[in-house]
Design a protein around this ligand. Structure first.
Ligand SMILES: [Zn+2]
Length: 457
């Protein structure tokens, strides 16, 4: 870690960079971005796009702003390479989820700094990465780094609502502006320490969606004369079955390698326990016994299973009337390569034949090949920059904008590098109260991303 935290003037590959000045500059951009309220809905990302475009223009880069509809602006800029290699896309989104100011220690759109932490909605999701990529992009330009490939910078609208009015719009209407061989995105770069060993995640996969309504039917009637065919009771039984069900274990390539690499670095005893986790016969029991925090195990389980979580209930319109129908909405996430049919069979197996399953929102999971030059390059840069760390492929159990660019033939890696500080997991604050990041993390991430991009040529 020393080599990138030495401060002052440092020269990498013969480039003179005043990192102290860079760190002040990027912190200013970051705080300015946090102060722009881009809560989605409604978004108003145009204000962030215009701010970024202004910075780019001051650096002699000509940005393009595209609006999918009024106020929903995204910015695109490009540094030309020699064309020997295909473009690299630096992607990020400028919208944020709503915040409840009264639950925050510092206001969510003020970018106040307290004990080194910058507070603001978007601090880790993902105005941090938007800033780090911007700063790396500006440095490439200012230093006149010779490029074999075009580097494309985008900061887009609407990711938190699915991205159709942001990157989805760009991909549909201006694919040539953003088409690239590789993209670097959010979703990874998080340090995790297991058994005293440090790993950095690089996102190569994400789950899909298979949301559904589960509906039970019964006999309507007057609530004063109960009977055995009440839709509410049928639904409750099905929900309990679904909630208690152990959906089957699946190991995708990303999670297989993720697990393998962590396992190899552990003591023989832990290796044995981890091996049992990926054996379908012993999976459930071995996972329960694994000596890790419950929150981490919850995420690991979600990486190895399709999930179905009941969230919204609806039944009845009057207290003294037995309704003929009752339903629940279920947020369900499916692993890459799992088909909707396979998933429906798993759910049917769990809940039984009595309820209707109505699928409302379906999207396949995604996986990018990680046996590639860029993935290996990220691994080697990180091994140099953070001694003893290892970059491993990783699957996000939610979704990102990656799905909009993968169809253009782009391999997307989520890598927004953060420092490792034992006991601290600020990335968990994404979408939470008091979202914040240490100012030094902006610096750390900028340096690493700059190094990755500069030397991937
Ligand atoms: Zn995000």
């Amino acid at each position: 870690m020393r080599s990138i935290h030495s401060g002052g003037k440092a020269s990498g590959a013969g480039l003179e960079i005043d990192w102290e000045a860079v760190s002040q500059e990027s912190l200013d951009y970051f705080r300015s971005l946090l102060r722009i309220d881009t809560t989605n809905p409604p978004g108003n990302e145009i204000r962030a796009a215009e701010f970024l475009a202004g910075v780019l223009q001051k650096n002699d880069i000509a940005p393009i702003i595209l609006e999918s509809e009024q106020g929903r602006g995204s910015v695109v800029a490009r540094l030309k390479g020699s064309g020997e290699a295909a473009p690299l896309l630096l992607m990020g989104h400028t919208d944020v989820v709503p915040a409840e100011p009264n639950k925050w220690t510092h206001p969510p759109f003020a970018a106040e700094i307290d004990r080194g932490y910058v507070y603001g909605r978007g601090a880790v999701d993902m105005k941090n990465m938007v800033t780090m990529e911007l700063m790396a992009f500006l440095l490439l330009k200012r230093l006149g780094v010779p490029l074999s490939r075009d580097i494309i910078y985008i900061a887009t609208a609407d990711e938190e609502a699915g991205g159709r009015k942001g990157i989805g719009y760009l991909a549909r209407t201006h694919p040539d502006l953003i088409r690239a061989e590789y993209a670097i995105n959010e979703g990874g770069g998080t340090p995790i320490e297991i058994g005293g060993k440090l790993f950095y995640t690089c996102q190569t996969a994400e789950k899909g969606v298979a949301r559904f309504i589960m509906r039970a039917r019964g006999k309507p009637g007057h609530a004063s004369i109960p009977h055995g065919d009440n839709a509410v009771v049928h639904l409750a039984e099905a929900i309990v079955r679904l909630g208690r069900a152990k959906l089957p274990f699946h190991l995708t390539p990303t999670v297989g390698v993720f697990w393998e690499r962590i396992m190899q670095a552990q003591t023989t005893e832990l290796q044995g326990q981890m091996q049992s986790v990926i054996d379908p016969a012993t999976h459930e029991e071995a996972m329960d016994r694994l000596p890790l925090a419950e929150s981490l195990k919850g995420e690991l389980r979600a990486m190895m299973h399709n999930t179905a979580t009941p969230t919204m209930l609806k039944a009845g319109s009057k207290i003294n009337v037995i309704p003929g129908e009752a339903e629940v909405q279920v947020d369900a996430r499916i692993l890459p390569s799992i088909t909707f049919d396979t998933f429906e069979r798993e759910i049917r197996q769990a809940v039984g034949p009595q309820v209707d399953l109505i699928f409302t929102d379906q999207r396949m999971g995604l996986e990018s090949d990680f046996e590639t030059p860029l993935f290996r390059h990220i691994q080697s840069v990180m091994a140099n920059q953070v001694a003893g760390s290892q970059v491993i492929p990783y699957m996000v159990v939610g979704g990102t904008d990656a799905r909009h660019v993968i169809p253009l033939g782009t391999r997307v890696y989520g890598f927004a590098p953060m420092r490792h500080i034992p006991g601290e997991e600020v990335t968990m604050l994404a979408h939470g109260h008091d979202e914040r990041i240490h100012a030094e993390d902006i610096d750390f991430g900028t340096r690493i991303l700059f190094e990755i991009i500069r030397s991937f040529n």
